[in-house]
Write a protein that binds this ligand. Structure first.
Ligand SMILES: [Fe+2]
Length: 296
């Protein structure tokens, strides 16, 4: 069974919170609230829709700290926990962490690469309207009311087969498609109509698992183009030029966040209808653009 509905939130560590505050607001167009979390650690709460926040940037090492996967109901949370436990995964309910994240209930566990995952339901949703400082609108729902979540993340590890099996067999993720640059294979998976919420890439043995990038989607080409202008004006490091992906058809560019984690900023991502979807194996990641060598 699959209970997970969306990539609900992510947590990032950052050494330079000031740089992150500017980057999140001025470049990404997120609404930033700077404060302290319930553990009294300085934190940026980044808002992109009705949720109190979707991304938390907490003072600490530059890394992906946790990934929050959302289920719709308490019953689904309990059912997913039973599936995890019967597969031998150690799961811990954590009321303090639930408080910290602003969700009604939360359990935590690790995936085969060691990323901290949190399964939750009942996120805090705010009554006042979201207003972006740059005027963008983020795509976190589709036109039919499906929750599409934050965007997507790409996790790189030397245990891709175990990762893909874990997410498919225990957490109910569905394969969207593959991109093969021989011998390298990227595997894309979805939990809602967004083409992928999670993709997997291979790392050489011995390399610590890491997040390659997270993606945020806005609702217009102009939103992407204006962000690209700001990236150039503020001398943010552009890591791939504007381009169009093959598999999800996202029109996007890539940049480096102050934590070193990549950020893809795009629009017009494809939606999947499981009734009609057929898995393909693309021979390239882009139709055009996304040049990683000539970014200046
Ligand atoms: Fe991406």
């Amino acid at each position: 069974m699959s209970y997970i509905k969306a990539l609900g939130y992510i947590g990032i560590g950052a050494q330079d919170l000031d740089a992150w505050e500017d980057f999140a607001g001025d470049i990404l167009g997120l609404h930033v609230t700077r404060g302290r979390d319930a553990d009294d650690v300085e934190t940026l709460f980044l808002r992109m829709d009705a949720r109190h926040h979707r991304i938390a940037v907490r003072a600490g090492d530059d890394t992906l700290s946790y990934v929050g996967w959302e289920v719709a109901t308490e019953e689904d949370l309990d059912a997913q926990v039973r599936d995890l436990e019967s597969a031998g995964v150690a799961v811990k309910e954590d009321p303090h962490l639930a408080d910290l994240r602003g969700v009604r209930r939360l359990v935590r566990f690790a995936d085969p690469a060691g990323f901290q995952l949190e399964l939750f339901y009942g996120a805090v949703t705010v009554s006042c309207a979201f207003v972006s400082p740059t005027g963008v609108r983020f795509v976190t729902r589709d036109g039919k009311g499906n929750d599409l979540g934050v965007g997507h993340i790409v996790l790189v590890s030397s245990v891709v087969d175990e990762m893909v099996a874990f997410y498919r067999q225990i957490l109910g993720f569905k394969v969207s498609d593959y991109i093969t640059f021989k011998p390298l294979v990227l595997t894309f998976t979805h939990v809602n109509p967004r083409h992928h919420s999670l993709a997997f890439g291979p790392a050489p043995d011995g390399r610590k698992p890491f997040i390659d990038h997270f993606m945020l989607e806005v609702d217009s080409i102009d939103g992407v183009g204006r962000a690209l202008d700001r990236v150039r004006a503020k001398e943010i490091s552009l890591t791939a030029t504007l381009g169009r992906h093959t598999n999800d058809e996202m029109l996007s560019f890539y940049m480096k966040s102050p934590s070193g984690i990549g950020v893809e900023y795009g629009t017009a991502g494809k939606l999947i209808d499981d009734e009609t979807w057929t898995i393909t194996n693309w021979d390239a990641a882009q139709f055009w653009g996304h040049d990683r060598n000539h970014t200046h």
